[in-house]
Design a protein around this ligand. Sequence first.
Ligand SMILES: Nc1ncnc2c1ncn2[C@@H]1O[C@H](COP(=O)(O)OP(=O)(O)O)[C@@H](O)[C@H]1O
Ligand SMILES: [Mg+2]
Length: 407
Amino acid sequence: MTRTVVLIGAAPIAEGYLKAAGELGLRVGLVETAERVAALRDAYPWVVDAQEVDAALTGRDDAWIRPTETLVARLGPDGVLASSEIHVLAGAMAQERHRLPGPGLDAAAVSRDKAQQRFRFARAGLAQPLHVKAPRLSAASDWALAHLPVVVKPLNRAGSDGVERVATPEQWADAVARRDAEGRLLVEEYVEGQEYSWEGLVSDGRVRFGSLTRKLTTGAPHFVELAHFSAHERTDPLLGKAADALGQAVTDAIGMRTGIMFVEFRTRGDDLVIMEVAVRAPGDHCMDAMSLAYGTDLFAHALALATGTPHEPPSDPAPRYTGSAFVVADREGVLESAHETRWSAWPGVVRHGLDAAPGTPVRPPRSSADRLAWALLDCATPEEREELVTRLGAVRPALAGEAVQRP
Ligand SMILES: Nc1ncnc2c1ncn2[C@@H]1O[C@H](COP(=O)(O)OP(=O)(O)O)[C@@H](O)[C@H]1O
Ligand SMILES: [Mg+2]
């Protein structure tokens, strides 16, 4: 009998779910905007039904809840899958109502609120930054000035949007002047240290598969992610083991039931200090990079978990050194070209795409949305991958009105 899954959200980064569904012979019901549904129905004929979301409201959790419920009631699917953070709550509500596998409402609510995460991790005794939740930024002034440098961060945004390091009393005064009207914010002790993420496949509260990713970011003050190095446990097996243990501890702390998830952390001495957790697939093409590294389709594994289909966790094939990297602007201007015709031909770049069209105003990145282009990397050695990331990081885009420069 043909099985059906309802997919909530299908941005380009999540099209891997649609491809994998085709290969698994799954029918798909799609919750998306009218424009996106029209584009995807032609490309993926196994999209058999859809429910539209108001394009003006896609940045709100509640915009996705009713269309998801309507489509799930109509299709009676075998599973519901939330593709990105804004869909997690709609997914968990539908899963709960229709008794389908998923992270659970509790874990979903925690995923959507970084202050709740801090509370859960504290109760579980897990390492995390000292922090306060402030009703408005000025209310945290005494605490912040006693703990500089600190990080200011919104409770429920993503992609480093609104995340800012504040290092001096002057910068704090400036942040308060700019952001006091923003309402509730987290203020955290700044944790120095290399950043990683752990990605896991979890079934009934047990971690079945764990993966370690090393990160490169722009650093202070905005920490925009520039590159991800997949399957880092092959380079650092001890840290891989510690991260697997952390993954299970976080799973327990937030009551995660079933699905794909990730935990971001920084290392400080022997401690793995948690930045955040989310009960959905990572973005930034990490799913594709991990799939190449483990010789399997991680999107298919997440679909199998969501539909309650038995699945074997990925095994370790001949190692490939994979990842993703981003081209960013090093100065302000209007984009003429990200020089993608040149770097996309470099050995090790297996796929690429543009995130900003020529004519777009660009600036050095303050959030992931400011990045210009991406590359999916697949190399035979870690050294090759490292060198490729360095080369991509040195690419300077062409901006309108400037003399031509070679990257
Ligand atoms: N307390 C902290 N100490 C050091 N760096 C931090 C801290 N909090 C956040 N960061 C940096 O900011 C980035 C974004 O913060 P994060 O909590 O992951 O929010 P987002 O949901 O925007 O990804 C992190 O990946 C990390 O580099
Ligand atoms: Mg993050």
